[in-house]
Design a protein around this ligand. Structure first.
Ligand code: SAM
Length: 298
C-alpha cells in the first residue's frame, strides 16, 4: 500500500482585525449572492462591454454563474481566469497519463463548465477530445447552461440531490446518499475542483465511494480541497476554519458549506476504506493559486 505520509502543520488561531474576515462574517459565501436577481442583473450588465470588445469572451457563461464558482473571488474581470484556470490541472492529468483525449472523465461539482471547456476545445497535433465527459452538480441553472453549450455526444450532465445552503439547494439531510447514474467500472478519471471545499463529511464520503465504484481498475481520482496540513495563502486572513463539524473544519456555522477544510489523515482514511490502493497529496504547477489535490488510484 502506498499512502504517502505528511507532517501536520500547527493550526494557529487567527489574531487581530482583518477586513476580509469582517466581510466574510456578513457574506460567508459570494455564491449565495449570485441567486439574488438584483445582484445578477448588475454583474451581468458589467459583462456587456467586454463581450463586445473581446470575441473570445462571447461563449462564456453569464457573469453571475462565473462568480458563483469562485473565479479567484473576482466580481469583475474574471473572464481570463475562467478561460485559463483549468490549464495546469489538465496539463498535469495528461502528462501523468491519468487521462488522454479518449478518456471517460467524471467531474463532480462541474459548475458552469470551467473544466469542461478545456476538453471541448482541446486540439493537439490535430487530435481533439473524443472521449466522454460527465458533469455532476447541485446547481440546476449551471447544468442547464452547460447542456445548452456543450455537445451532447461527448458531454452529459446530471443533477445531484445533495442539499447546500451556500448553493441555494434545499433538500434532505446533508449526509443523504446520491448515486451517480452511470455504470460501474466505466470511468478513467474522476475529478473535482473546489468541491470538497464545499461539502461536509456525508457528501464527501458519498462521492469517494461513488468514485471508486465508477472507476475502472487503475483509474484515479483527483480532488482539490482545502487541507489544514497545507494551509491556503488566505489562512489567517480570509480563512480560519475555526469551527469543527466532525472531521470537517468550517468557517461559518450558519453556512457550513461556504468553506470547508480537512486533514490529510482523514482524507486518506476515507479513501483507504473505499478501497483505493494508493493515495497522495500533490501540488499543481502554478503554485498557490491552486488547491492541493487528493490523488488516489484504484
Ligand atoms: C467552487 S465551485 C467549482 C465549480 C467547478 N468545479 C469549477 O472549478 O469551475 C463548487 C461547485 O460545486 C457544486 N456543489 C456544491 N456542493 C455539491 C454537491 N454536494 N454535489 C455536487 N455539486 C456540488 C456547486 O454547485 C458549484 O458548482
Amino acid at each position: 500500500m502506498a499512502y504517502s505520509s505528511t507532517t501536520p502543520a500547527a493550526i494557529a488561531p487567527a489574531k487581530g482585525f482583518s477586513l476580509d474576515r469582517a466581510i466574510r462574517k456578513v457574506f460567508p459565501s459570494t455564491s449565495k449572492l449570485t441567486f439574488n436577481p438584483l445582484f445578477k442583473a448588475v454583474v451581468n450588465a458589467s459583462d456587456v462591454l467586454p463581450r463586445l470588445v473581446f470575441p473570445e469572451f462571447r461563449g462564456l457563461p453569464p457573469n453571475h454563474l462565473r462568480i458563483r464558482i469562485g473565479v479567484g473571488n473576482r466580481i469583475l474581470n474574471n473572464q481570463v481566469h475562467y478561460l485559463t484556470h483549468a490549464r495546469d490541472f489538465w496539463m498535469f492529468a495528461f502528462s501523468e497519463k491519468l487521462a488522454d483525449a479518449g478518456s471517460t472523465v467524471l467531474d463532480i461539482g462541474s459548475g458552469c463548465g470551467r473544466w469542461a471547456h478545456w476538453l471541448r476545445d482541446y486540439n493537439f497535433r490535430g487530435r481533439t477530445f473524443n472521449g466522454r465527459y460527465i458533469g455532476i452538480d447541485i446547481d440546476a441553472e449551471a447544468i442547464a447552461w452547460c447542456e445548452q453549450n456543450f455537445d451532447a455526444e461527448r458531454f452529459r450532465f446530471h443533477h445531484s440531490t445533495h442539499a447546500s445552503v451556500s448553493y441555494n439547494q434545499a433538500g434532505e439531510a446533508t449526509s443523504s446518499y446520491y448515486a451517480v447514474p452511470e455504470a460501474e467500472g466505466t470511468v478513467d478519471l474522476v475529478v473535482s475542483n473546489s468541491l470538497l471545499t464545499h461539502v461536509l463529511e456525508g457528501e464527501l464520503e458519498n462521492y469517494i465511494k461513488e468514485s471508486y465504484r465508477l472507476l475502472k481498475t487503475g483509474g484515479a481520482i483527483m480532488h482539490s480541497h482545502f487541507n489544514l496540513d497545507y494551509p491556503p495563502a488566505t489562512y489567517g486572513t480570509r480563512h480560519t476554519f475555526q469551527h469543527s463539524i466532525g472531521n470537517a473544519r468550517v468557517e461559518s456555522m450558519e453556512q457550513p458549506e461556504a468553506a470547508v477544510a480537512y486533514r490529510t489523515d482523514y482524507l486518506f482514511k476515507v479513501c483507504r476504506e473505499a478501497g483505493f490502493s494508493t493515495c497522495e497529496i500533490v501540488h499543481m504547477p502554478g503554485g498557490a493559486q491552486h488547491q492541493p489535490i487528493l490523488l488516489c488510484k484504484k
